[in-house]
Design a protein around this ligand. Structure first.
Ligand code: HEC
Length: 312
C-alpha cells in the first residue's frame, strides 16, 4: 500500500513539475485576437485621405476597431496577396494568425500568455535569424497615438522596408511626437531637441516593448525596452519568458514585475487601462513581413478592458 501511495505521489509530482509556467493557465480563459498582415500601412498612410478610406473619421476620433472589428482576416488576406499595400508579396504566406491570449497577475508579477500555430515554413531563404518573434507593445495612457491606434502609432513610412525608407540607413519604430514635423513620408531627421525628448521620457511619454525570440529546440531569448525617437533595448531585461512548441503550436508566457519602479518602465497598477498591440514575425521574417493586432486593452481585476487580468 505504501509503495502504491509513493508511486501515485511520484506521478503526481512529475506531472506537477512538468508545467513550465509560473501560472496555472488552465484556470484562465483565453480570448482570441486575430493578427493580420499589414503590408505598408504606415501611420502616415492611415492619416492620408487619398490612401485610406477611414482617414477622415480616424482623424475625427474613431478607433480602428470601430470600423474594422471582424475584418482582420479579409484585410490580411487582401494585403498579403499583393493586391493592396504590399509591393513584394511572399508566395504562400498566411494573411492572418489567430492568437489565444490570456492575462494574469500575482503578488509581484504580471503575466501574459500567447499561443498560435507555427507553419514550419521558411521564406526567402531566412530574412531573420529567428524562426519566430512575438512582440508586445504597451502604454499606460500617456501616448495618445497608442490608445487610439496601437502598433500603428509607432510604424512610420520611412521605417526599413516601408515605402519611404531611406536607402542608406535602418529606421526602426518611433513615435510621431519625437519629431518636430511629420510628412506623408514620415518624420525623417526632424528630431525634437534632446532636452524635449528627455522631458517626454520623464513625463512617461514612451511605449514599452517586450519581445520573445523563438527557435525550435533553443532557449527563448528576451529583449525589452522602450520606443520614443527610436527603439531602445534595455541592458538588463526585466522580462522573463517561457516558450514551448508543442503539437505545432507555440505557447509563450511573458512576465515582469508589476512595479519595477525604473525609468522607461511602466508600473502596472490596478485602476489603469493599458493599451497594447501584439505582433508576430513568423517564418524567419523581419520588418513589415509580420502580423499585427489592432489595439486591445488590459486592466488588473476589473473594468471595461478587453482583458481583465485576475489575481492568482
Ligand atoms: C471610419 C472608419 C475607419 C477607421 C476609424 C479606420 N479605418 Fe481602415 N479602412 C476604412 C475604409 C473605409 C477602408 C477601405 C476599405 C475598402 O477599400 O474596401 C479602410 C482600409 C484599411 C486598410 C486596407 C485594407 C482594406 O481592407 O482595404 C487597412 C490596413 C486599414 N484600413 C487599417 C486601419 C487601421 C490600422 C486603423 C486605425 C489606426 C483604421 N484602419 C481605422 C475605414 C476605417
Amino acid at each position: 500500500m505504501k509503495i502504491i501511495k509513493k508511486i501515485i505521489s511520484c506521478v503526481f509530482l512529475l506531472q506537477f513539475s512538468l508545467s513550465v509556467y509560473a501560472i496555472d493557465w488552465n484556470k484562465v480563459d483565453a480570448k482570441q485576437v486575430t493578427l493580420f498582415y499589414p503590408g505598408q500601412s504606415s501611420w502616415e498612410w492611415i492619416l492620408t485621405k487619398s490612401d485610406h478610406g477611414g482617414a477622415k473619421n480616424f482623424r475625427k476620433g474613431k478607433g480602428c476597431r470601430e470600423c474594422h472589428q471582424g475584418e482582420e482576416k479579409d484585410m490580411g488576406n487582401l494585403i498579403v496577396s499583393g493586391k493592396k499595400l504590399e509591393p513584394n508579396p511572399i508566395a504562400g504566406k498566411r494573411g492572418y494568425i489567430d492568437v489565444d491570449v490570456k492575462t494574469a497577475y500575482d503578488d509581484s508579477k504580471f503575466y501574459i500568455q500567447l499561443s498560435w500555430q507555427e507553419t514550419g515554413k521558411v521564406v526567402n531563404n531566412k530574412m531573420a535569424k529567428e524562426q519566430s518573434k512575438v512582440t508586445l507593445l504597451f502604454d499606460d495612457g500617456h501616448v495618445k497615438g497608442v490608445t487610439r491606434a496601437g502598433c500603428w502609432s509607432a510604424c512610420h513610412d520611412d521605417a526599413t522596408l516601408m515605402r519611404s525608407a531611406p536607402k542608406d540607413k535602418d529606421v526602426n519604430l518611433y513615435l510621431s511626437k519625437s519629431r518636430t514635423k511629420l510628412t506623408r513620408k514620415g518624420g525623417g531627421e526632424n528630431y525634437q531637441s534632446d532636452a524635449a525628448l528627455e522631458k517626454m521620457l520623464s513625463d512617461g511619454y514612451f511605449i514599452e516593448f517586450w519581445q520573445a525570440r523563438l527557435n525550435q529546440g533553443q532557449a527563448v531569448k528576451v529583449i525589452d525596452g522602450y520606443l520614443l525617437d527610436k527603439r531602445y533595448a534595455s541592458e538588463l531585461t526585466q522580462v522573463s519568458a517561457v516558450a514551448e512548441l508543442k503539437n505545432g503550436f507555440w505557447t509563450v508566457e511573458l512576465s515582469r514585475k508589476l512595479m519595477p519602479d525604473l525609468p522607461q518602465t511602466k508600473n502596472i497598477v490596478a485602476g489603469l487601462v493599458y493599451s497594447f498591440g501584439i505582433a508576430i514575425h513568423d517564418e524567419y521574417t523581419y520588418g513589415r513581413h509580420h502580423h499585427v493586432s489592432f489595439l486591445h486593452t488590459f486592466s488588473l481585476d476589473q473594468g471595461k478592458a478587453d482583458f481583465i487580468a485576475v489575481r492568482q
